[in-house]
Design a protein around this ligand. Structure first.
Ligand SMILES: [Zn+2]
Length: 256
């Protein structure tokens, strides 16, 4: 049986930054990985120098995500159609909907139609606290809880664990069930990150500050990713449907 996986992220690039290696590996192992993105990242950075106008950014980032999904071996890409608000002059970040119920309903409809075995989405603290990531996480957890049909297992990205390479991007409220060495698919992850051209300024500026020298895309790619099993539909037994596949690249031992 082919494992059907649905990923749900707030913006183009989240899939690569937080789970690109894991997702490429799962596809390589024969899973069907489908990508659902809440927005086209319309409000984000436009590149350094800008690649397009703010108005064109949604189309540009939509195409960048298509390129990344291909690099990661994904089967399909769709958008939930929410609008990503523009980052304000003070750098404040915003969620893509004021009404969480609206997002839950849209996700419930997707779950009913697609009935995935597994969902992979944002962590409960929105990684570095991004309100759009937190909304995406909350809405997906609620949609899975409320859905009348088949319930998928839900894994969240970037849980915190001791010695996590970038603790600033880890969800402190989430427990890591898997820490993964993604070096076998490092090239695919670099390729996917390279697709997100409009975000390179953002990726490299932070990395250069951290490293104290000019950073390259390969410098920002983490060799370790982690997952938390946030919802397990198995009754009484820990099914962990990705367990068998992930065991091959699991970092052992790691301590929470
Ligand atoms: Zn994001």
């Amino acid at each position: 049986m082919v494992l059907d996986i649905l990923t749900f992220f707030a913006h183009p690039d989240d899939e690569t930054v937080f789970g690109g290696g894991t997702l490429a590996y799962l596809a390589e192992q024969g899973a069907d990985v489908h990508y659902l993105c809440a927005t086209r990242g319309e409000g984000g950075e436009r590149g350094d120098p800008p690649l397009c106008t703010q108005k064109e950014l949604g189309d540009v980032r939509g195409s960048e995500l298509r390129c990344a999904v291909q690099a990661l071996g994904g089967r399909s890409l769709s958008f939930l159609g929410f609008q990503d608000p523009v980052i304000d002059s003070e750098g404040n970040l915003y969620a893509f909907a004021e009404d969480e119920v609206e997002v839950v309903r849209a996700l419930e409809a997707v779950l009913r139609k697609r009935a995935p075995d597994v969902v992979i989405t944002h962590g409960s603290d929105g990684e570095y606290g991004h309100p759009a990531h937190i909304l995406a996480h909350r809405a997906m957890m609620a949609a899975v809880r409320y859905t009348q049909g088949k319930k998928p297992a839900v894994y969240t990205v970037a849980p915190f664990y001791e010695n996590a390479p970038r603790p600033g991007l880890a969800n402190e409220s989430d427990r890591a069930d898997w820490v993964l060495d993604i070096t076998p698919v490092r090239e695919q992850k670099i390729q996917a990150a390279t697709c997100h051209r409009s975000q390179h300024g953002l990726f490299l500026r932070h990395a250069s500050e951290r490293l104290g020298r000019e950073a390259k895309i390969s410098d920002v790619i983490l060799d370790e990713e982690a997952l938390s099993l946030a919802f397990d539909p198995g009754i009484g037994s820990n099914r962990d449907p990705l367990g068998e596949i992930l065991a091959e690249i699991a970092v052992q031992p790691f301590s929470n």
